[in-house]
Ligand binder design. Sequence first.
Ligand SMILES: Nc1ncnc2c1ncn2[C@@H]1O[C@H](COP(=O)(O)OP(=O)(O)OP(=O)(O)O)[C@@H](O)[C@H]1O
Length: 325
Amino acid sequence: MDEVLVAENLRKSYGDKEALSDVSLSVAAGEVFGLIGPNGAGKTTLVRALTGTTPVDGSVSVLGAPPTDVDRSRVGLLPQSFSPASRLTARELVTYYAGLYDESRDPESVLADVGLTGDDATTWYEDLSGGQQRRACVAAALVNDPDVLFLDEPTTGIDPAGRRDLWDLLDGLAAGGTTVFLTSHSMPEVERLADRVGLLNAGELVAVGSPGELVAAHGGDSRLEVETEAPPETVAGSFDSGFRVDARGGRLVFEGLTPRDIGDAVRELDDAGVAYGTLTWTQPDLEDVYLTLTGESFEGQSTVADAVAADGGTAGGDEDGGDGR
Ligand SMILES: Nc1ncnc2c1ncn2[C@@H]1O[C@H](COP(=O)(O)OP(=O)(O)OP(=O)(O)O)[C@@H](O)[C@H]1O
């Protein structure tokens, strides 16, 4: 496998603050690598280290050369903060960046790729919406048709449809052999795009793998969470079943359930005489990995109706709409 990016033992401190702590990773040609982590984890610092825009200890190789020596026409960079000239139109901006290279893509086709056409292309940068500005910046990063593309939170501010268009665009670039290194706070975005994901926490790369590998290793089981009328601790021992049943977070939790098992769990609740309200089925995903490994918390749940629909079956035992008894 051709390694396009290789970073070994990267360290970077700002005063007493260690922004990168012995980070090593490699990214293969044509791979989409997604970097996730909390605010302040060091993601932008790592992008800057890999692009040679900040000095670091350790070694970095991009396309076989130190990042400051690599042919810049082969690299595209969308920084997290990028403030181009405000009194250029989107078209002028992309044309300006195209002019910095001996060879570039046709600015019009790049503008079309990011969805800036018609009046949007002839609007001053300062008069574009935040999402349109971000699209223009993405276009500027793409115009030299780079072999390696660094995107630091590319879709921030872009609406859902534009986000999906950009995802398709990045898919196409990767399929054509472009290596993409992407940071994002959107777990669905990373899960959708990345071949491999790295989780950076407090300057340390704590996990690297495909989304599926990370979810299998750190995401936990799918589960059914049940709001019970009685305190869940008092009823958790009422079940004589194959499921692990715990009281957690003020709810009764059936661990390791597939959507197909939901009907059985509901029957067990009924048989045990446990009165219940809302049922929520949750499948582990990259958010669970993130929460487990960073110790942060937010809820990422789907409903029983979602689960049943996904499984194409019926939950059963809950014909009254889940109101319990
Ligand atoms: N120029 C700087 N001077 C001092 N400290 C800095 C500087 N740049 C970054 N830091 C610190 O280094 C740490 C990592 O910052 P970095 O911007 O890399 O995080 P991040 O993961 O990109 O965060 P976010 O998700 O908020 O963009 C933070 O604690 C930040 O305060």
